[in-house]
Design a protein around this ligand. Sequence first.
Ligand code: FES
Length: 107
Amino acid sequence: MAEFIFKPSNKAVSVNRGCKILVAARKGNIKMRYGCVACRCGTCAVKVDPPLQLIPMADDERDLLANMNLPTDGSIRLGCQTRIQDGSVDVDLDFQDQYSPDQGLLK
Ligand code: FES
């Protein structure tokens, strides 16, 4: 088992290995912004910690984050694409108010 801890509520959602962030949020009835669920729109980006507990991003996720001028170092991931490997990962949903898919970081 693994878990996501969604911030700022600190609600923990236990999941099986390989579960996506967005699936866990829906399982836990946690409000999270998303759109296409297909690595196209970029509305589901979240801040994660620690990134190494997650399956590394594929080229299409990296390309979309780069196109949105968001970091591609693993600290920001797309909730519809990102799967947990093991352990516990914090998911900061406040980040969703700090960027725009068409404008990048707002601060
Ligand atoms: S919901 Fe569109 S990229 Fe994740």
